[in-house]
Design a protein around this ligand. Structure first.
Ligand SMILES: C[S@@+](CC[C@H](N)C(=O)[O-])C[C@H]1O[C@@H](n2cnc3c(N)ncnc32)[C@H](O)[C@@H]1O
Length: 295
């Protein structure tokens, strides 16, 4: 299928479908992107146009086609220890703070984890922290990696990566410490994998069933969404965080104008957002026998 073979009408219908299905907002002139990402699927299904594809989804809503299109359209770029600063902050600020309070368990959510590099990098930092300060924290961490893409999750669950994936962001020291070579591939060691669980989740849907988290990584995914959806997701993330919980966004993403429920914590390594204490509203003085009302 050629870029210009998507009619304006089909392109509009496809943009609407994609935003409703997974929140991704396509720009005005991204026909080339749609064409290149759907090419294989269209060939396999012997469907000649994007319009026909949309018709098929409407005709056969339970065929799994919707999910395959979302899978094809998501950008899954990721690498180990992306941007470094979240991992430095975890090691130098958050884990030492937790060590003082000694909670029985620490729960961390990697909310768009792609092929798993983010949650496994978190687990590696925890491993390094526990090793450098034995006994400072109990080894009871639960890291939940979620993503909308079943293909990415399948790959994340295996914990197996090729040389190219491994070359991105991983020092040779960490590679030899945390991976075992299997022919041309490398597998994340069990001690790192054992803290991480993966499940499929569309961030547009309710995620209260995941429970409460101490730390949320929601990095490099909100950029694809509308302002309204960003606001909605940040509001719901605030509800999943424990009091004083932390939120990491991508380095090109900001919370400004989307949420006032977090304060910015600036550390020499970078920025993290912390859930503000709940406001209890203005205090109303009470006098015996007199009822005062709140505005
Ligand atoms: C660019 S990757 C970011 C991966 C990782 N967080 C990082 O920063 O390296 C974005 C991920 O968001 C996922 N995604 C896109 N829309 C989503 C949605 N509505 N719900 C959950 N995940 C979504 C994609 O499948 C993709 O794996």
């Amino acid at each position: 299928m050629l870029n210009n073979s998507i009619s304006a009408r089909d392109y509009d219908a496809f943009r609407q479908f994609l935003e409703e299905a997974c929140g991704i907002v396509l720009g005005e002139n991204k026909q080339y992107l749609v064409a290149s990402r759907l090419n294989r699927l269209l060939k396999e299904l012997q469907v000649s146009s994007v319009g026909e594809l949309i018709e098929q989804i409407n005709k056969l809503p339970r065929s799994g086609l919707r999910e395959r299109i979302i899978d094809a359209m998501t950008t899954n770029e990721t690498f180990w220890f992306r941007d470094n600063h979240p991992y430095t902050l975890l090691k130098e600020l958050i884990l030492p703070e937790k060590a003082k309070k000694r909670p029985s368990q620490i729960k961390i959510w990697s909310a768009a984890c792609s092929s798993g590099q983010e949650p496994y990098s978190i687990s590696m930092v925890i491993q390094e922290y526990l090793k450098s300060r034995p006994g400072s924290l109990s080894n009871n961490f639960q890291i939940t990696g979620t993503d909308i893409s079943p293909t990415m999750l399948e790959s994340a669950r295996t914990g197996i990566y090729d040389a190219l994936a491994l070359s991105r962001g991983l020092s040779s020291e960490r590679k030899s410490r945390f991976f075992t070579q299997q022919d041309d591939l490398w597998k994340v060691n069990d001690e790192i994998r054992s803290r991480v669980r993966f499940s499929e989740l569309n961030l547009m849907n309710n995620f209260t069933s995941l429970g409460k988290f101490d730390i949320v990584f929601c990095r490099n995914v909100l950029i694809y969404f509308s302002s309204d959806l960003k606001r909605d997701i940040l509001r719901r993330i605030a509800q999943t965080l424990v009091p004083g919980g932390y939120l990491f966004l991508g380095s090109t993403e900001t919370i400004a104008s989307y949420s006032d429920e977090f304060e910015t914590v600036r550390h020499q390594a970078g920025i993290v957002y912390q859930l503000k204490p709940k406001s209890t509203g203005p205090t109303v003085p009470t006098f015996p026998g007199i009822t005062l009302s709140r505005e």
